[in-house]
Design a binder for this molecule. Structure first.
Ligand code: ZN
Length: 252
């Protein structure tokens, strides 16, 4: 069945799809602002040029689309056959001509959007498996893609900042990261405070006796927590100011 409108009427899901589509448009805008020669420049991610970022975002759309197809057909199609294949694909993609690289981004984004649009309402609850091995409902594919397009637009390093990312996206990103830190126990003695919000957000090891408290605005904290920089953040421990340690970059 070919539909011209989303098949789901779930307002939360429709809002999520809107953020994913806005993020895709935002990434496309930043990509279009780069000349072909500028694609050779460094991204914010260690060891990756902008070409790697564009290739990764393109192949990510194809991988996410495979999960949506899985939810649509019931035929198991993983995101990637293996992590090695994923990494090899990115290295290969980075060698494509500028026009091929731009087409990869455009076509994969359009294809993913068609898969989402045509997915019947009930199939959004069908279970699929992420590359990390988590079993999630197909709904989760929307968030998986949303964080990729918004954060990697910043990684292109041609003017986009975390201030460009919508607050609900930043909040969910931060909650994800805090959850991952907690699961790995890397948040010991670390408290993260988001300031300037109507509802202040405090994450991390909130029961620690004398934690290091890292604080800043939502965009600054999200930038720091994803390992993209410490601007706009401060750290305090026992009343002394320190420089916040920068976590390892997330989602390379
Ligand atoms: Zn990524």
């Amino acid at each position: 069945m070919v539909a011209r409108h989303d098949q789901t009427a779930d307002p939360v899901l429709l809002e999520g799809l809107l953020q994913a589509r806005r993020g895709t448009a935002f990434f496309a805008r930043k990509l279009n602002e780069l000349t072909d020669a500028e694609l050779d420049g460094d991204s914010l991610l260690p060891g990756w040029t902008r070409r790697h970022v564009v290739a990764h975002v393109g192949y990510n759309a194809r991988a996410v689309a495979r999960l949506v197809e899985w939810a649509a057909t019931g035929v198991e199609t993983p995101m990637y056959p293996s992590v090695e294949v994923r990494n090899h694909e990115i290295d290969f993609g980075a060698t494509l001509s500028p026009i091929a690289l731009r087409n990869l981004f455009d076509h994969s984004a359009v294809h993913l959007n068609v898969e989402w649009r045509d997915l019947p309402a009930d199939n959004w609850h069908h279970k699929v498996k992420t590359v990390q091995g988590r079993t999630v409902p197909a709904e989760e594919t929307v968030w998986m893609r949303t964080r990729e397009v918004w954060v990697h637009a910043v990684d292109l390093d041609n003017g986009a900042t975390f201030k460009d990312i919508p607050e609900p996206v930043l909040e969910r990103l931060l909650t994800d990261i805090a959850g991952a830190w907690h699961a790995r126990s890397t948040d010991k003695d670390l408290v993260v405070e988001v300031t300037g919000q109507p509802n202040p957000l405090t994450l991390g090891d909130t029961t620690a006796a004398s934690p290091t408290v890292v604080s800043g605005s939502l965009p600054a904290i999200a930038q720091w927590a994803t390992g993209r920089g410490t601007d706009g953040t401060t750290a305090q421990r026992d009343g002394e100011s320190t420089t916040p340690a920068l976590p390892a970059p997330a989602w390379i």
